[in-house]
Ligand binder design. Structure first.
Ligand SMILES: N[C@@H](CCC[C@H](N)C(=O)O)C(=O)O
Length: 288
């Protein structure tokens, strides 16, 4: 059996998109078969390659009733999986690429805020010729723990963006330095992060401007992470003296990632708005 796919990325955080509007292509798979398929598609040598999979499904066609409730209010649901097949609550770059795809297919309007269902609830996304912005909701700042890349360790701020993040400020992002090549997941406190964690290493560049590298839960080191960029911007703002309750005026940070540059605004209302490029670059049929 073969089925359609597309390939897209947001600042080189890349995804395989699987149109499955009525759930008839992938929706009937067992959890095990779906996990296996996702991992095969994301394999960079034997598959198409990607940091994750975005199944494009109508909320009404979901068989997972919990997900369907979370997507209520949106016609479309982003059914996201990491490259190893594991589920995550949210993917900031993924939802931007997802929205770009919907616009290009004429399924939602361009230039207007559109709600998209995710496992972290509805996200409002706006696609324009310049890029794609998404209101990521209210970051939750949950305190410090420690992450390590032996023999180095750092204090890291726990920020929940729907999914878990540990943000550590470092003196260098050089793969030859203490952060290393991130071939393996940094060690973390399992009692703080019982379901694993995405770890961001951040280098301040100037006020309102930081650079980061990330090791993503379920995908390894990636070239960008949207939820991670939001967590990093909030951590940087706190470090710059913004109160934990949020900024008095909108605070915008440029967040450089290995795959490009994102903008994150922490608004006066305490919400994080993520903006940047998101493109679809290929389409085809696969039998994986
Ligand atoms: N790359 C994503 C985050 C994807 C999910 C993450 N790996 C997790 O397991 O939480 C983004 O752009 O936010």
């Amino acid at each position: 059996m073969s089925y359609p796919f597309l390939k897209g990325h947001g600042t080189e955080n890349d995804f395989v998109l699987l149109p499955d509007h009525d759930g008839s292509v992938h929706g009937g798979l067992t959890e095990r078969a779906w996990t296996t398929r996702v991992a095969a598609l994301c394999d960079r040598r034997a598959g198409i390659g990607g940091d994750g999979v975005l199944r494009v499904v109508r909320t009404a066609a979901l068989t997972d009733t919990a997900a369907q409730a979370l997507g209520a209010g949106s016609e479309w649901f982003m059914d996201y999986r990491n490259a190893d097949g594991s589920v995550s609550e949210m993917c900031g770059n993924g939802v931007r690429v997802f929205a770009r795809h919907l616009v290009e297919e004429g399924l939602v309007p361009t230039g207007e805020p559109v709600p998209i269902g995710t496992r972290d609830g509805l996200k409002t996304v706006t696609v324009t010729d310049e890029g794609v912005s998404v209101d990521m909701g209210i970051p939750r700042v949950l305190g410090d723990s420690v992450v390590s890349v032996a023999p180095a360790s750092w204090t890291a701020l726990h920020i929940d963006m729907g999914n878990p993040h540990a943000v550590a400020f470092v003196d260098s992002l050089d793969p030859a330095g203490p952060v290393g090549a991130l071939l393996e997941a940094p060690e973390h406190d399992g009692s703080v992060y019982p379901h694993g964690v995405n770890v961001e290493f951040v280098l301040p560049v100037a006020r309102g401007h930081v650079a980061m590298r990330v090791h993503e839960r379920g995908s390894g080191e990636t070239r960008s992470c949207g939820t991670g960029a939001c967590a990093v911007a909030v951590a940087a703002a706190l470090r710059d003296g913004v109160p934990a309750s949020g900024p008095d005026t909108d605070a915008t940070y440029r967040v450089d990632v290995p795959g490009g540059s994102l903008a994150v605004t922490w608004t006066r209302a305490g919400r994080a708005v993520l903006s940047g490029p998101a493109v679809v670059v290929a389409r085809g049929e696969t039998c994986l």
